[in-house]
Write a protein that binds this ligand. Structure first.
Ligand code: FA5
Length: 353
């Protein structure tokens, strides 16, 4: 539709708008309503925008006159918008300030989720507590260790095939990441005289990885040195430990084994917790490789050579030592089939403990 007098129509439009936008802005009680009203005037399809577009149809002399009026109205719209917006924001702030204040001392309505200890920490603490209650004291040793304390003084001769038992991460010749916590035996025996009853927990490292072996894992080492200590004490202490961790009457068996720093040496097995029946029988399962027994630690009577290397008289003193795999105990306790699950920090696993 082509108009006879477009300039007059635009001016009419401007006059109408001049009344209506003020009313709409004044009536807007919230920022959103105000912005919507603003868009109806100056948005892409706003009334004033449409009038502006029609300016092109005007002859040049009229365009200047009408153009000034349009621009004038545009400035008025923007100014009125800014003013109303400021008023709305002021009112909101006032309302906030006059509202009943929050009582920050009230208890929360929802309980915030609480963190908890990692299952390995729980198991490590339980193992340490079991020995603390028997009178052992807790000691610490370094993870970066001298070859001398990790191997040599424990009776591993240099280049002896026994060092292959624990495939080592070397830092440089003579310095390594400890392969077991037995280094603490050497450090404590060098630092203190018997009687000694010591436990120590910490990370150890080996080139070893599958579903039950990790390159970094944890052990708890313990040893007791005094006059007249026999294998009977070793059996008594470790049986009491197994019952404490896995329940009274847990079957415990001592199986001959070799470690260079003990003689005799024994691995300790407990009756398999996975295939145990109500009558106490254990028919065997995949976890215990159908033997009914699971190994939990290495142990033995401390070899006289270790005493000689640490300045303790082997004619006067005897003792026993043991090393427990913390992950192994945790996997058995919580029925965790893959050791890597313990280190991935997946909340879906950790939330279960
Ligand atoms: C030792 O490390 C000896 N130092 C233990 C010892 C101490 C014996 C004192 C005698 C006297 P062994 O290599 O068997 O022994 O390791 C002990 C335990 O650590 C194992 O029973 C197993 O539970 C755990 N273990 C060994 N290698 C790994 C590994 N790569 N990942 C997780 N656990 C492991």
């Amino acid at each position: 539709m082509v108009s006879d007098n477009p300039a007059a129509e635009i001016e009419d439009g401007l006059a109408q708008l001049g009344d209506s936008f003020r009313q709409a802005f004044a009536a807007a009680a919230t920022e959103q309503v105000l912005r919507d009203a603003h868009a109806r005037v100056l948005g892409k399809k706003g009334d004033l925008t449409l009038l502006l577009r029609r300016m092109g149809a005007l002859p040049a002399d009229q365009r200047k006159v009408v153009g000034e009026k349009v621009n004038q109205l545009k400035s008025e719209v923007e100014a009125a918008f800014a003013e109303r917006l400021a008023a709305i924001e002021r009112a909101a702030r006032e309302a906030d300030l006059n509202a009943v204040p929050y009582d920050l001392s009230l208890p929360g309505r929802t309980l915030a989720p609480r963190g908890h200890l990692h299952p390995l920490t729980v198991v490590r603490n339980d193992i340490l507590d079991a020995f603390r209650d028997l009178g052992f004291v807790v000691a610490h040793g370094p993870e970066v260790e001298l070859e001398e304390y990790n191997f040599t003084k424990l009776g591993f001769p240099p280049d002896h095939p026994a060092t292959d038992m624990q495939d080592t991460f070397w830092i440089r010749p003579g310095l390594l990441l400890r392969t077991h916590t037995s280094n603490v035996q050497i450090r404590e025996m060098l630092a203190h005289k018997p009687p000694l009853a010591v436990v120590s927990a910490g990370a150890v490292y080996r080139k070893d990885e599958d579903i039950t072996h990790s390159p970094m894992f944890h052990q708890v080492e313990g040893f007791l040195v005094d006059e007249g200590v026999t294998f009977a004490e070793l059996k008594g202490v470790l049986t009491s430990f197994a019952e404490r961790i896995y329940g009274p009457k847990t079957p415990v068996r001592f199986r001959p084994s070799y470690f260079p720093f003990v003689e005799p040496g024994a691995e300790v097995d407990i009756g398999c917790v996975f295939c145990k029946k109500a009558d106490g029988s254990r028919p065997g399962c995949r976890v215990c490789k159908f033997t009914g027994w699971i190994e939990i630690l290495g142990s033995g009577m401390i070899h006289p050579v270790v005493f000689e290397h640490t300045g303790i008289d082997p004619e006067r003193y005897t003792g026993f030592a043991f090393g427990v795999g913390v992950e192994r105990v945790a996997m058995l306790r919580y029925d965790i089939p893959d050791i890597r699950l313990l280190f991935e920090n997946d909340p879906r696993l950790l939330a279960q403990f």
